[in-house]
Design a binder for this molecule. Structure first.
Ligand SMILES: Cc1cc2nc3c(=O)[nH]c(=O)nc-3n(C[C@H](O)[C@H](O)[C@H](O)COP(=O)(O)OP(=O)(O)OC[C@H]3O[C@@H](n4cnc5c(N)ncnc54)[C@H](O)[C@@H]3O)c2cc1C
Length: 477
């Protein structure tokens, strides 16, 4: 752990201005407030709600890897915590500063260094926005395999550091699975560059930094696989009577090795009234991507499986609208929160709902669904949605606080959330597959990894960040 700051904040600002440039270092109240938190709403942090807004002492915006390295060396020498910040869209509090820290705003590292069209790779700065990268790949006939809701607002470095999931994960995997090589600045300021190929000899260092939420190193550049644009993309929607038959359809596709590029399956409840014991509206959205003969065969077999499981195919417009509107929530977040500023972020912190995304063995999903349903009915907590995303193991639910006013008992929700997440761990799964650990789930990290696992992580961190300056406390290490 870093020692408390010995320098006066004003000395720190002058030193950093010397290392970078005056205009790249700010301690203006507006900037400190802007970088004081991310997209974790205070309500969802429960017992840690007071920690979701912690201003740093300074915000530094380095322009290249050399500046990141100089900054890390300086911070290590003086024991000052560094908090890497990409788009600030993380929903678990992974980018929330600790007291007395420097926020490293990585958005200026947004250069697309090379698009290797024949090699199906792209090398890009960590601060590039995912959508900007996607837009640069399209004219080259290439595609970014990571397509989250937050594509218009999240960065490459943030997506790797949370090992994010997107709509096309069924075919292309999580963001981490698309990484071929990384450039990373360690706590000491040393720079690691890993080979940029799909597989290397010996342990792959990339895996230490994927999903590490800034605690192991600062990613400055990444080489990602860039996939050929599919010859055909065929999108479909099926309605099911309830969760179980739709889940069975997904399982049966997996059983024959049929992997749709998109699997988005949800049982949703109308907002008013939220009568949880009743069945909701259950829809499975599928996309099949590839060359035309392959897609034709997949559509044919996928449709047969869905119909045989009791599904009814919905008009194409339903699937098409879903696909076209998939980034709307991020556009809204940008317009209504990011562009307005911290006051809007604070208002959003009062939303009284939570969303959970666990990874459990596919064979346990229906049992787990029944367990969660029973638990929530017993405790009178309404459910808005049950869902699967990407593959049968990735199960999500959205729940809302039953209390009618802001003075409700969030201890009820907090306990239910922990009980649901620990039940996933007890089934041999993990408490989160999509957004990472952050401030929200640090208290369950040891349970997820075990004591020896946590010690191993601490040892790795100690080797990469001997002064403990890289986001101290993140990942619970
Ligand atoms: C409306 C909305 C929709 C969303 N939809 C999705 C979705 O579909 N799928 C999904 O996976 N997530 C989603 N998210 C969550 C969020 O967008 C992702 O977690 C995203 O990957 C975070 O990227 P970021 O650039 O905003 O990272 P930040 O929030 O800035 O940082 C996230 C974490 O990574 C660390 N970090 C950032 N950059 C670096 C770096 N270069 N080196 C080392 N550490 C770094 C930070 O310290 C922090 O711990 C959504 C969020 C919102 C607000």
């Amino acid at each position: 752990m870093a020692e408390p700051l010995q320098l006066m904040p004003s000395t720190l600002v002058v030193d950093l201005q010397r290392l970078l440039a005056p205009e790249r270092v700010s301690n203006s109240p507006e900037d400190l407030e802007r970088f004081a938190g991310d997209a974790l709403a205070a309500y969802r942090a429960f017992g840690r709600a007071k920690r979701v807004e912690v201003p740093p002492i300074v915000v530094a915006t380095p322009k290249d890897t050399n500046e990141v390295s100089a900054l890390a060396a300086y911070a290590s020498k003086h024991g000052i915590p560094i908090i890497p910040h990409g788009g600030g869209t993380g929903v678990m509090g992974g980018a929330v500063p600790v007291d007395g820290s420097i926020v490293l705003n990585l958005r200026s590292l947004d250069v697309i260094h090379q698009i290797d069209r024949e090699g199906h790779r792209v090398t890009v700065g960590a601060g590039a926005i995912l959508e900007d990268l996607e837009n640069a790949l399209i004219p080259q006939g290439l595609l970014l395999g990571h397509d989250p809701w937050s594509r218009p607002i999240a960065t490459v470095g943030g997506a790797i550091s949370t090992n994010g999931m997107g709509y096309l994960a069924g075919k292309y995997g999580s963001m981490g699975q698309q990484v071929q090589g990384l450039e990373v600045v360690l706590g000491s300021g040393d720079v690691i560059q890993t080979p940029s190929v799909p597989k290397i000899a010996g342990p792959d260092l990339d895996n230490i930094f994927i999903g590490a939420e800034g605690a192991m190193g600062i990613i400055t550049k990444a080489t990602l696989e860039a996939f050929p644009q599919p010859e055909v993309r065929s999108i479909h929607a099926f309605r099911f009577a309830s969760f179980a038959p739709g889940f069975t359809a997904v399982q049966e596709m997996y059983a024959i090795g049929l992997r749709p590029a998109m699997v988005d399956f949800a049982e949703e409840y109308p907002r008013e009234p939220l009568k949880q014991p009743e069945e909701g509206i259950t829809t499975l959205y599928l996309s099949f991507d590839g060359f035309k003969e392959e897609v034709a065969a997949q559509v044919d077999r996928g449709r047969k499986i869905c119909l045989a499981s009791g599904g009814e195919e919905l008009p194409f417009e339903e699937a098409d609208t879903f696909w076209r509107e998939r980034h709307d929530s991020a556009e809204r977040y940008k317009r209504e929160i990011q562009d307005v500023g911290p006051s809007a972020r604070r208002r959003r912190r009062a939303w009284r709902l939570d969303y959970l995304h666990v990874a459990i063995p596919a064979s346990k999903v229906l049992e787990y669904y029944a367990f969660c349903r029973g638990l929530l009915i017993d405790r009178g907590i309404p459910v808005r949605e049950w869902s699967l995303w990407g593959r049968p193991e990735y199960f999500s639910l959205m729940i809302s606080d039953p209390s009618a006013d802001d003075q409700g008992d969030s201890a009820l929700m907090s306990q239910a959330v922990d009980d649901i997440l620990t039940a996933a761990q007890d089934l041999g799964g993990s408490m989160e597959y999509c957004h990472g650990v952050g401030l929200k789930l640090t208290h369950l990290m040891q349970r997820d990894r075990g004591e020896a696992g946590m010690q191993a992580l601490r040892n790795v961190k100690k080797a990469l960040d001997p002064m403990g300056i890289l986001h101290p406390g993140n990942l619970g290490i």
